[in-house]
Ligand binder design. Structure first.
Ligand SMILES: NC(=O)c1ccc[n+]([C@@H]2O[C@H](COP(=O)([O-])OP(=O)(O)OC[C@H]3O[C@@H](n4cnc5c(N)ncnc54)[C@H](OP(=O)(O)O)[C@@H]3O)[C@@H](O)[C@H]2O)c1
Length: 295
């Protein structure tokens, strides 16, 4: 395993599933961890567990609900106040709703949490990423992007034709297109960004929808990966020297995978970027143009 001693990693959604396995392995590798969690009790338990895994590392908690943009701004400024260089940001948290949940701001919840919260967080952490010698942004997307070929920027509430897996796929397509547009802006900088599909993994994903999701997970578990296996590609992108300097790619099983055309549609990626800036209530103007980042 790669030695991550002295490196700082911020991971979202580490209290369960793939995120938890990723955090445990990063702790073993010696990384100092910043855990972005929405549940204080779960965060404290995880913090204690990780300190037992490796008593040498720092483990800090950032309480934040990614669906609440004020909370994202607060967590990012608490992190920024430490003045740390951020070596790795892992945008891992995610939800899968089977019910059609539209927030008061008219945005379907999966799009808000899975994409917009991370879009805002990544922008706000850019100064810390720029302080690191060669920072990496890892975006946990999903092969579910295959289920949604276009973005619904004109109907983010999914007023028409809501289907749970399609809307989940929509949020994951947004993850991939955000990665593509960010990579373009980061060209020539020391920061890389890549996305991944972790495989089908037995986790807590979707279990808030009812007992039957847990039953489905149990039935599928012999065929699914366990969280440790599911964390492999996230860990590869976060740590491996193999991907040094590589950016703008989508990975599956620790290998670059060519996406379907809609996963690399730069017009759609730019439209998403513009819409997301407005939807989160504005972001700092770190990028001078569509393909420039401060050196
Ligand atoms: N499992 C799969 O087969 C699979 C396949 C492809 C992609 N993925 C992706 O893998 C990532 C990890 O999912 P998982 O399968 O490990 O699911 P999981 O076990 O349900 O874990 C999700 C994590 O995200 C956190 N989270 C959810 N909503 C949040 C919010 N509003 N603010 C902050 N944190 C929030 C959860 O916190 P709590 O503990 O407080 O709920 C939890 O720590 C997701 O992006 C998912 O889309 C999973």
């Amino acid at each position: 395993m790669q030695d991550m001693s002295g490196k700082t990693v911020l991971i979202t959604g580490p209290t369960n599933g793939i995120g938890r396995a990723t955090a445990v392995n990063l702790a073993k590798a010696g990384a100092n961890l910043h855990l972005l969690c929405r549940n204080a009790a779960k965060a404290r338990t995880l913090q204690e567990d990780l300190r037992k895994v490796n008593p040498e590392i720092e483990v800090e908690v950032l309480l934040c609900d990614l669906g609440d943009f004020a909370s994202v701004r607060q967590a990012a400024s608490a992190f920024e106040a430490k003045g740390l260089a951020l070596d790795v940001l892992i945008n891992n948290a995610g939800i899968l709703n089977t019910k059609h949940v539209v927030r008061p701001d008219g945005i379907e919840e999966m799009f808000a949490v899975n994409h917009l919260g991370h879009f805002l967080l990544t922008h706000l952490l850019m100064p810390a990423l720029l302080r690191a010698p060669a920072a990496r942004v890892v975006v946990v997307a999903s092969g579910a992007y295959l289920m949604c070929k276009t973005l619904r920027l004109d109907d983010l509430a999914w007023a028409k034709g809501f289907r749970p897996l399609k809307a989940y796929g929509h949020s994951k397509l947004a993850n991939i297109l955000f990665m593509r547009a960010l990579a373009k802006r980061l060209e020539g900088s020391a920061i890389t960004v890549n996305a991944l599909h972790p495989g089908e993994v037995t986790t807590g994903l979707g279990r808030q929808n009812g007992w039957w999701v847990s039953a489905l997970h149990r039935l599928a578990s012999p065929f699914f990966r366990n969280p440790n296996q599911g964390a492999a590609t996230s860990l590869y992108l976060a740590m491996s020297p193999d991907v040094e300097g590589l950016s703008g790619e989508y990975f599956d099983d620790c290998k670059v995978e060519v996406t379907k055309p809609w996963g690399a549609d730069m017009n759609m990626a730019e439209d998403l970027w513009t819409a997301s800036e407005a939807l989160v209530g504005g972001v700092p103007s770190l990028f001078n143009s569509k393909a420039e980042v401060p050196k």
